[in-house]
Design a binder for this molecule. Sequence first.
Ligand code: NOJ
Length: 581
Amino acid sequence: MTVPSTTTSPTTVPARTSGDAPGHGSTAWWRHAVIYQVYPRSFADGDGDGVGDLPGITSRLPYLRELGVDALWISPFYLSPMADAGYDVADYRAVDPVFGTMADADELLARAHELGLRVIIDLVPNHTSDEHAWFREALDAPAGSPARERYVFRDGTGPDGSLPPNNWRSVFGGAAWTRVTEPDGTPGQWYLHLFDSKQPDLNWRNPEVVEEFHDILRFWLDRGVDGFRVDVAHSLVKAEGLPDWEEKAVMAGGGDDESAHANLGPMWDQEEVHEIYRGWRQVLDSYNETGDPAHDRILCAEAWLPSVARTMRFVRPDEMHQAFNFHFLDTAWQAEDLRDVVTESLEEAAAVGAPTTWVLSNHDVVRHATRLGLPPGTRRPNGIAADDPQPNPVLGLRRARAATTLMLALPGSAYLYNGEELGLPDHTALPHDVRQDPAFFRTRGEETGRDGCRVPIPWVAGAPAYGFSEEERSWLPQPLVYGPLAADRQEGVAGSTLELYRTLLRLRREHGLGAGRLEWLEGHAPSVVAFRVHGAGGRPMTVLANLGADPLALPDGLEVLVASGRLEDGLVPQDTTVWLA
Ligand code: NOJ
């Protein structure tokens, strides 16, 4: 693989997040960064059409700076017919008009960098849109042509080719194959789509595809982005011969046996995929010739895999920098399980020299303020509809605050999902006629889908669309409960979830916890998660999360710096986490 010569970043990020930021020693920024996911459709609408956009994000950057995060990751804003909310890309070098213009993207990057915020964008390499120029060309070209070789076209089976090439099923429901009509009007070949039929899978065994993505990386690196979150990073290469697979292909499985097994199918995690990221790493590294960690550009793998060890293969020294820790997200609110997943994550990451990451919510899963309000032992649902058992919102928020307070003390890098700092729940009663997730339609409603966690953010309680848009419009309706949770209602209010997040992020930075070392504390009840983090700055932080019914006494000689909930008679009640130093 050839790698081009270096260019340097057009903008540099000021000291706050650089490699030698106070409290973090000389650790590279991405080893401890808190990265905030912006879902652009739902963050802030700058032009009043009811859909969030890039100018909207730019207008809210001071809020993110104030919140205290180090970077933002923005879900796709490329030109797209929006069959999967932008994860179906028609042109990787263009901004969709619904989100703005390329000038808006440049402005966002420049403004974020001025504020000391790094910007990671989302790259979708497994599939393009069926409206991408390459796929259109493939449809117009004959079977076996170079244009078809960029995708996974195969002849059908059965006497007249009217059956799909194999039995693979789409992650979003239905078959993973669609038959095309050839240019002469006859029924023709089939193409593979692990997701929607409007998301044809690319053929990553074709060097032209490899080269094209190197070029796309360079396009955005030249504009100054600080990295890429890589969509379904484990799916690019499929097993030779495309063998049948009896299981459903699951992307974001609930961590149960069935989905864990499904994630081992011939469409996931093939050995050759790692070679692709070695090539990408070389492209990124070529943008940091001096090797100053402050100028590192990073790759983060979205790879739902059955074990931490398997996930960590994506962050070996010459591959990606980070991988999402979905094992943490999928862990039940049980002390023993939490201890186990933290230990395993830290050990497996250390074994390959990578930082671990932590995450509790994103645009594909029910928000943790809702999830944790379901009865213990409930399998993580793929969306909650009005006629499903409803979560307990008070318990959910209480546990979510405790879970985040635990998470933000942990060494490594942490990901936040927009709105979780307001304690937002999912919309669990969206009318079906407003749903947009292709998974809802392809499963004929059997899967509720992910719209409930994608509802626009409430900024101002008394404004139209709660301040999301200037008009009374938002692409998904907001539930009434979003009014009292609006940012303006929480700003400066002691004990609000927003102020809790701000305090946690400030203390995390001051004490250098992200670059710290974790030591488990013995002698507590099994239902207490107790550890100390020896940070890169300040005094060690003691963290106690009480998941049990018995109130927990505070240790002598330490001061409570922050608590996820009110202490009762000086004791830590159930579902509450405290930081002490
Ligand atoms: C993972 C993304 O997070 C999800 O939203 C999308 O639907 C699939 N990949 C397909 O691109």
